[in-house]
Design a protein around this ligand. Structure first.
Ligand code: URP
Ligand code: ZN
Ligand code: ZN
Length: 468
């Protein structure tokens, strides 16, 4: 199957020009000002943007967490992703304490096999190096295409690791070329604050934020940065939400240290006051780190504009409000932490980042596609429009109006963080390796079209597979 995409405005992290893209099979084979070539299908993209498929480096599909399991499995989550112009993501394979990494991976591969609509990889989330996985086993994972190690510095009694585990993992990463990712919050201090709040009878959703103050995020971010320096490992700080965490990352990057950070769509739009909404509605916004004071939103826009932060993910970790979040109706600490967003990242960042002039189109592509692909060993197969790259392409109509609402979304959850927001600009056709996933508002692909991607080591390129 070949496709000729004609006359679109091709936008990568570096370029912006009108031209034709010829897709032969699964890959982009030619780009030119006006290609005169036969194709099975010709798509008129005049007046449209031709973007690389977006890459989401941080999602949680089919994950047991907070006494329940995230409501989106691989198929429903990836359907939402495809409608939002995301064609590849990296999810988390979470080691159950006591489990070997091989067993954890076999459990998580079973969740995705035969169910994928888009391409995906796994980060390994290390929870236990004493009775479960060993350092030696951890060192073997990059050879299997698992080239990032995730550690939670919070969620005491569940996913949290101590500093020894964090540091030993960093030492392994320094040897193997893996990227270390941290959820940076001081879990011990938060645990004390949560117990004190509950003892005082403070059970409402907004105590989620009051017991996780920004200083606990700033402290852990700085601790992770300094430990990564000692170990000699590259570090990626996930879901940065506030000035206190942005500052140590800015300082590290000024010094030229191997430190990167992401924020997530929701931190630009949802502030602390959402948690105070009555009738338990605040529970919809219980994710971690919590929504912050509104002044942090400008700090984050500045950080993504000035390359203090290098990527925007969704941290899609969806639960039903009615039936899952409600587990914590009488105790905020029991509300499963997480929010949806896989479908709306491109919509929201285009509308409020690009259309307001906060960031350029090129920077949007860099934050949503190119940098995640580069940092997580997917580039140049993913994250750009270039000859040889996978034909993961979004034909984006910059004039198409779209109402964001739970009524029409593709996630299985029963609410949307951005309910009622109208945006101008939406994906029209979404291709994955030359296959049409979404067109005319319909899903036209079947589960199974997506593949698992073995990623390259940190700093290495992932070249097109010669056999495809
Ligand atoms: O609240 C969140 N973010 N849930 C997902 C797990 C995590 O911390 O990323
Ligand atoms: Zn986290
Ligand atoms: Zn997460």
């Amino acid at each position: 199957m070949s496709t000729l995409i004609k006359g679109g405005r091709i936008i990568t992290a570096a370029d912006d020009y009108v031209g034709d893209v010829y897709v032969d099979g699964e890959r982009i084979s030619m780009i030119g000002e006006s290609l005169d070539v036969d194709a099975d299908r010709v798509v008129d993209a005049s007046g449209k943007y031709v973007l690389p498929g977006c890459v989401d480096p941080h999602t949680h599909l089919d994950m047991p967490f907070g006494g329940t399991v995230t409501i989106d499995d691989v198929t429903s989550g990836q359907t939402a992703a495809a409608f939002g112009g995301t064609t590849c993501h990296v999810d988390f394979c979470i080691q159950t304490p006591g489990q070997s990494f091989a067993d954890a991976l076999s459990d998580w591969h079973a969740k995705r096999e035969g169910k994928q609509l888009i391409d995906m990889g796994y980060h390994i989330a290390v929870t236990d190096l004493r009775d479960g996985g060993s350092l030696e086993e951890l060192a073997e994972l990059p050879a299997q295409g698992i080239t990032s190690y995730k550690l939670f510095m919070a969620y005491k009694g569940a996913l949290m690791v101590d500093d020894e585990t964090l540091f030993r993992t960093m030492e392994v990463a320094a040897e193997t070329g893996a990227l270390v990712m941290v959820h940076a919050e001081n879990g011990d201090a938060i645990d004390v604050l949560v117990k004190q709040a509950l003892a005082a009878g403070n059970t409402a959703p907004h105590y989620h934020a009051l017991t996780r103050p920004p200083e606990t995020e700033g402290e852990a971010t700085n601790r992770a940065i300094q430990l990564a320096r000692v170990a000699g490992a590259p570090l990626y700080v996930v879901h940065v939400s506030c000035r206190e965490a942005v500052e140590p990352i800015a300082r590290a990057r000024e010094q030229g240290w191997d430190v990167w950070g992401e924020t997530c769509t929701q931190y630009f739009f949802i502030d602390y006051t959402y948690l105070e909404r009555p009738d338990f509605e605040g529970a919809k916004y219980v994710y971690t780190p919590p929504p912050r004071a509104i002044e942090n939103q400008d700090v984050l826009w500045h950080a993504v504009r000035s390359d203090i932060l290098s990527a925007i993910s969704t941290d899609h970790c969806a639960f039903l409000w009615d039936g899952q979040k409600s587990i914590g109706r009488d105790d905020f600490s029991k509300i499963p932490n997480g929010g949806p967003g896989l479908e709306n990242r491109l919509h929201m960042i285009h509308e409020f980042g690009v259309r307001t002039g906060r960031i350029s189109l090129n920077r949007m592509v860099e934050l949503l596609a190119t940098n995640p692909a580069k940092l997580f060993g997917l580039y140049p197969r993913k994250g750009t429009i270039a000859p040889g790259s996978d034909a993961d392409i979004v034909i984006f109509d910059p004039d198409k109006r779209h109402l964001i609402t739970a009524d029409t979304q593709h996630s299985r959850t029963d609410y949307n963080l951005y309910e009622g927001t109208e945006v101008t600009g939406s994906p029209e056709i979404v291709f994955l390796r030359g296959n049409v996933l979404v067109e005319g508002g319909e899903l036209v692909a079947e589960p199974g079209v997506g593949e698992f991607v073995e990623r390259a080591a940190f700093g290495q390129e992932l070249l097109p597979a010669a056999t495809r």
